[in-house]
Ligand binder design. Structure first.
Ligand code: AG3
Length: 283
């Protein structure tokens, strides 16, 4: 089979190897104030969002990321009311947080207005109307400054950022992690994306160390997002609560059943299992 005549989108995140996607149509392409943004159509993954040449989300596999960055901390905590999302401009994390009817308010602080607007227009299934939910408030601002200045307090902070290159770099710092801790309630939880550890070992290892230095309980947990290539996607867990992470399966199950939400990837069994790491990640 020849590839001649086909258009391909190569991801350039890793220096010496890459994945590429067949493009059936470029839906939108621009240079925003902060980053290069492309939305394109593919035969298998549906529409894909890439920022600065890194795949951020696809219609086909976004659930594996968004469900795990939201439902795991919400169901581990058990009484989350106020959530702060930093980044997450595509609205997927916002959508999944809002599926929990007990959540009172979600504040989302995204630096790049264009990501929010273009994703609502060209990838509407990802936010699925979440920006119009009366419980959600969108603030276009720098997450670092917002956390430093806010008087609000949160039960859960989710950092749904790009990798630590470009505009997200300040979000991978001791300063940001400890500012977040200060605006969490005493049993609050902080979650962040920390790369594909097999090929971005540094990112996961440094995140884990930073979380251990700053939070009462620190861990990494895993999900599998096929388009985040080359292994498990790692999520960071930092909690002021020392018990939330070990919430038992029966409790997680009964909270999940009470929440009455449909999932594509998350199950209570995966919730318990996702904190088990391969030996190469025992940093
Ligand atoms: N943001 C995290 C994308 C990470 C991609 N990096 C990688 N493959 N190492 C996702 C945004 C979805 N809301």
């Amino acid at each position: 089979m020849t590839n001649e005549g086909l258009n391909w989108y190569p991801e350039t995140l890793h220096g010496s190897f890459q994945q590429r996607f067949q493009i059936t149509e470029i839906i939108y392409q621009s240079k925003t104030e902060y980053q290069d943004l492309v939305i394109f159509e593919t035969p298998f993954f549906g529409r894909v969002l890439a920022l600065d040449n890194v795949i951020q989300t696809t219609e086909r596999d976004e659930a594996a990321y968004h469900e795990m960055i939201t439902h795991v901390p919400i169901l581990a905590h058990g009484s989350v009311k106020d959530v702060l999302i930093i980044g997450g401009g595509d609205g997927g994390a916002l959508r999944d947080v809002l599926k929990h009817s007990a959540i009172k308010k979600v504040t989302m602080v995204e630096i790049d207005r264009n990501v929010v607007e273009l994703c609502q227009k060209f990838l509407p299934s990802i936010s699925d109307g979440a920006f119009g939910d009366p419980r959600s408030e969108l603030i276009i601002a720098d997450g670092l400054s917002f956390v430093k200045e806010t008087d609000q307090r949160f039960d859960l902070i989710i950092v749904d950022s790009t990798d630590p290159i470009g505009p997200s770099l300040p979000l991978f710092s001791d300063e940001f992690y400890s500012d977040c801790r200060k605006v969490l309630r005493p049993d609050g939880i902080f979650i962040c994306q920390s790369g594909v550890s097999f090929v971005q070992k540094d990112e996961a290892q440094k995140t884990h160390k930073r979380l251990k230095d700053i939070y009462e309980d620190a861990a990494l947990y895993l999900t599998v997002v096929p388009t985040y290539a080359f292994g498990f996607m790692t999520l960071g867990w930092g909690a002021r609560s020392t018990t939330a992470r070990s919430t038992d399966i029966n409790t997680v199950c009964s909270r999940f059943n009470a929440a009455n939400i449909d999932t594509h990837y998350y199950t209570p069994e995966i919730h318990i299992a996702c904190f088990s790491l391969p030996a190469y990640m025992h940093y």
